[in-house]
Ligand binder design. Structure first.
Ligand code: SF4
Length: 342
């Protein structure tokens, strides 16, 4: 008999599974607590569960926890993990420790089909969507699981291209019966698929980051093909007018490439685009890879951008680069995978 995999199920899914055996929501909640709060990898070790239910669960289900097969540690203590999912598809996860925040950056797909030419994940190609269980397992099965207090969906893949599974994972991360993280501590990053973004905004309270790369549509569409169908300008208008509430944060990720995205005209257009909004800007250093002729902007230029945005009333910060030496930084995931990258 094939066993049911618990990791990735909501408390309602678990209840549905147990209901026919006479168990109620409170039993399903106890099972979810063992999975998502206590992170117990083997069902026979679950605590506070009636013996009869434990025996039943052990016979029909498995937690589905699956540890990473490889890890690499950066000089700045960032750790990159390699996971292998169903059908042998591979994906990477990054753990980023910091003074106050310990962040895990999860993948939502093996590879990606958005085809952004600057991104190694895009060049790796698309090898499949990750299930809610495969997304959640990346948080629960790394050695640092107990220290994580922030989750970002910024790993391999475009979350809006696997939205149903991403929304389910967000529910498990933020629900009281799940990991119980605040939606303020969960950020989903996208290159912008308008239909998906609207659904995400309606269905979730988590933060949203839009990767911009250029405020000019023609230029952006060369870097992010999705721009042709889903213009960033329209997405920013949606974010400007969406009632975000006090707790939810919308932001723009802006990669600073020397003489490509860091000129004065880029800065002025960026200010125009965000004028009158609460959307904040995260300025990111560009990471070069072999065969790449682009260069990162200087620190001085990044400081100038930040200063000028802040003076215009736009909240802006510079994000420090983490894990670049092990290919764990933005746009570099998949650089270490076994398959050939074109
Ligand atoms: S930048 Fe994001 S959306 Fe574009 S190819 Fe890379 S992972 Fe996919």
């Amino acid at each position: 008999m094939t066993k049911e995999i618990l990791c990735g199920k909501t408390v309602y899914d678990i209840h549905e599974m147990l209901r026919i055996h006479g168990y109620g929501v409170s039993h399903a909640t106890q099972v979810a607590n063992n999975l998502y709060k206590k992170r117990i990898p083997d069902i026979p070790l679950f605590r506070n569960i009636p013996g009869k239910l434990l025996r039943l669960l052990s016979s029909i289900a498995d937690t589905g926890f699956s540890p990473p097969s490889r890890s690499e540690v950066s000089g700045d203590k960032t750790v990159k993990y390699l996971f292998t999912g169903e059908g042998g598809k591979q994906f990477e996860t990054v753990y980023i420790p910091d003074k106050k925040r310990n962040t895990v950056c999860v993948s939502t797909q093996s590879g990606c089909r958005m085809g952004c030419p600057f991104c190694l994940t895009g060049r790796y190609g698309y090898h499949g969507d990750l299930s809610p269980g495969e997304i959640i397992n990346q948080i629960l099965s790394i050695p640092e699981a107990g220290r994580i207090n922030r989750v970002v969906f910024m790993g391999m893949g475009e979350p809006m291209d696997n939205l149903g599974n991403v929304l389910k994972a967000c529910r498990i991360i933020t629900s009281e019966w799940g990991m119980a993280l605040s939606p303020r501590d969960v950020t989903v990053s996208t290159v912008g698929i308008t239909t998906g973004i609207i659904e995400f905004l309606e269905e979730s309270d988590c933060n949203l980051t839009l990767s911009l790369y250029s405020p000019f549509a023609a230029e952006r569409s060369r870097i992010i093909p999705a721009e042709r169908k889903y213009p960033a300008r329209e997405i920013i208008e949606i974010l400007k007018h969406f009632p975000a509430g006090k707790k939810r944060r919308f932001s723009i990720a802006y990669v600073m490439i020397k003489d490509v995205s860091d000129t004065d005209s880029h800065l002025e257009e960026l200010k125009k685009l965000l004028n009158g909004s609460d959307i904040r800007v995260n300025l990111l250093p560009y990471h070069t890879f072999s065969g790449d002729s682009a260069n990162p902007s200087s620190e001085e230029r990044m400081l100038h951008f930040r200063h000028s945005l802040v003076l215009s009333g736009i909240s802006a910060s510079i994000r420090r680069s983490r894990g670049a030496d092990i290919g764990a930084a933005c746009g570099l995931l998949a650089s270490g995978l076994g398959r050939e990258i074109n």
